[in-house]
Design a protein around this ligand. Structure first.
Ligand SMILES: CC(C)(COP(=O)(O)OP(=O)(O)OC[C@H]1O[C@@H](n2cnc3c(N)ncnc32)[C@H](O)[C@@H]1OP(=O)(O)O)[C@@H](O)C(=O)NCCC(=O)NCCS
Length: 138
């Protein structure tokens, strides 16, 4: 299996990302909303097997200090091959090169308690000080 990694915006399509999201049960996003989200992301990274998007993550940031990783997902048929680790490694390189001082993420451990273990292997440390507003979905 030869996986190609890309962070070139023109390599991503709304349909390709939505197909991957559906396969990992993230749910399909409304196409125009997803297009806007992709365009506003600071960094997009995808893993392709041929023409098929099999791994993905993106970041959003404040342009200088904070960057947040989200939507990391790997197609179920391609897991445990190191693809997510490579994606996270490339995000760290991007954040370092662009001078960000903090790189954070939110792990939804309600669906997979193993996520903390996975992110620890990627060099992340658990925090206890995150809060979310009432009245919003997450
Ligand atoms: C979590 C996820 C991204 C991992 O992707 P992956 O490509 O299989 O991960 P890797 O192959 O790079 O795994 C790296 C290491 O973490 C371990 N690991 C991977 N997924 C794990 C999990 N869910 N629980 C515990 N350990 C895990 C691997 O065994 C491997 O360990 P090793 O280096 O000791 O062999 C993938 O399972 C996924 O897409 N899950 C559904 C979506 C999701 O929950 N995303 C996170 C949103 S916060």
């Amino acid at each position: 299996m030869k996986i190609k990694y890309t962070s070139d915006m023109k390599d991503f399509t709304v349909d390709g990302v939505n197909e991957l999201f559906e396969s990992v049960e993230f749910g399909v996003r409304e196409p125009l909303l997803l297009k806007k989200i992709l365009e506003k992301s600071g960094f997009l990274i995808g893993a392709y097997d041929g023409d098929r998007l099999v791994g993905f993550a993106r970041t959003f940031d404040d342009g200088g200090i904070w960057a947040i990783v989200c939507d990391l997902c790997i197609h179920p048929d391609y897991r445990k091959c190191g693809i997510a680790s490579e994606i996270m490694a490339q995000i760290k390189i991007w954040a370092t090169d662009d001078g960000f001082r903090t790189l954070r993420l939110f792990a939804d451990v309600s669906t997979d308690p193993g996520l903390f273990e996975f992110y620890k292997k990627c060099g992340f440390k658990k925090m206890d000080n995150a809060m979310r507003s009432k009245g919003f979905a997450w």
